[in-house]
Ligand binder design. Structure first.
Ligand code: UGA
Length: 402
């Protein structure tokens, strides 16, 4: 309810660049209304989008409880034809299950169709991605619903892939798992670069010039986090397993990522041998910049390890502190980046926020007990780092350990 009140006042309930302005604009023009009155919402809609979270369960299966709850609620009020569009990432076969569920709950066959329409936008770039999608995928089994969806998306002027619901559901998993695999691949290359003195950035650049490969999602670092890649890769492995398919490539991508996320701790241990009592600073807590989302962020894994080793953890992030303090009450969060570096033995960069990539290295040196930086996102300028005399570790850049 609190959320609905905020949204109706034009206050976003999460951080996304440009969202507040867009929200206010849509409220003023009367193009958007937020309500918890499901009956009214269903009655007044021709098309109903389901956009709830589908998190992962401990056993890698998908938690469909929020999704089922929505279906259970809307089915009570369907009295005329509605297109029910699923945007949430759900296992293959869900569209069929939803149809059966609606029928079982007494909704008349002629009163609904169910469409699978996966979403491909990225957090932090959500508005741009939605308005400029590379493709729109529509999984359908009714011509009537297909036509409605075509009309709805026509203004976007984007290629629409019309296919079966099962294929649409799998396109989403295939896309996310492929991108995640690309990241794990480049991270393994980066780890080799660190050993042999080669440069991952030049390798990514040169690989990316090959149009078949593309330069995107080839940025090495401390691995992927967020609410999508970690859960969708696991869900795909689990789903495939159910049908007797062993997804070895995706399993390896997950394993590589699990190790990559804690790589800075291993670098640190190798350098100091002992971390008990040492102040370690985490720069950036979110799983990527321009969001306030910390779900599955590498910072969580690093902090947990550091606390296990009795290090004193200080953190800085431009958007997050309370959320992290709730998970780790013993850490200290700062609103000023330089204050978080006071007496620190090492700064670990976990997120490529603009304010972190442009830090003043002279100021950093003055604050820290030992000027050591582990750049988990390869964002600092190598020449500036060299001039500063800071001990610098990166993820596979040529001139590391300067
Ligand atoms: C991802 C997909 O990119 C979207 O297409 C999809 O719609 C979304 O999941 C979803 O399923 O809802 P998102 O998780 O918001 O989007 O963010 P990404 O930009 O994909 O980044 C994910 C993680 O990969 C971040 O932790 C980022 O730091 C990491 N990453 C990304 C790299 O380490 N290297 C790269 O080259 C790119």
């Amino acid at each position: 309810m609190d959320k609905i009140i905020k949204l109706n006042k034009g206050i976003p309930t999460l951080y996304e660049r440009g969202l507040e302005g867009l929200l206010k604009e849509c409220l003023q023009s009367g193009n958007i209304v937020f309500t918890d009155d499901i009956k009214m919402a269903v009655e007044k809609s021709d098309v109903i989008f389901i956009t709830v979270g589908t998190p992962t369960l401990g056993n890698w299966e998908v938690d469909l409880s929020q999704f089922s709850e929505v279906i259970n609620e809307i089915c009570k009020y369907i009295e005329s034809y509605k297109v029910i569009v699923n945007k949430s990432t759900v296992p293959v076969g869900t569209q069929k299950c939803v149809k059966q569920l609606l029928l079982d709950r007494g909704v008349k066959k002629e009163n609904f169709d169910v469409i699978s329409n996966p979403e491909f936008l990225r957090e932090g770039k959500a508005i741009y991605d939605f308005l400029n999608a590379d493709r729109i995928v529509i999984g359908f089994d009714s011509e009537r619903a297909r036509k409605i969806m075509e009309k709805l998306y026509k203004p976007f002027n984007t290629e629409i892939v019309f296919t079966t619901p099962e294929t649409a559901e799998l396109i989403k998993y295939a896309s996310n798992a492929f991108l995640a695999t690309k990241i794990s691949f480049i991270n393994e290359m980066a780890n080799l670069c660190s050993k042999v003195g080669a440069d991952i950035e030049t390798i990514s650049y040169a690989m990316g010039l090959d149009k078949r490969i593309s330069p995107k999602f080839l940025k090495a670092g401390i691995g992927f986090g967020g609410s999508c890649f970690p859960k969708d890769t696991k869900a795909l492995v689990k789903m495939a397993e159910k049908y007797g398919c062993d997804f070895r490539v995706v399993k390896s991508a997950i394993e590589v990522n699990d190790n990559q996320r804690i790589l800075p701790v291993n670098i640190l241990l190798n350098y100091y041998k002992e971390l008990a009592g040492k102040v370690i600073t985490i720069l950036g807590l979110t799983f990527k910049p321009n969001t306030d989302d910390i779900r599955e962020a590498p910072s969580l894994y690093i902090i947990r390890r550091l606390l296990d080793m009795k290090a004193v953890v200080k953190c800085y992030d431009p958007k997050v502190s309370d959320k992290m303090k709730k998970i780790f009450p013993n850490i200290r969060c700062y609103t000023n980046l330089y204050d978080s570096l006071q007496d620190s033995y090492c700064a670990i960069i976990c997120t490529e926020w603009e304010e972190i990539s442009s830090i003043d290295l002279d100021k950093v040196k003055l604050k820290m007990k030992k000027p050591v930086i582990i750049d988990g996102r390869n964002i600092l300028d190598l020449n500036k780092v060299k001039d500063s005399g800071i001990v610098y570790f990166s993820i596979g850049r040529e001139r590391q350990n300067l």
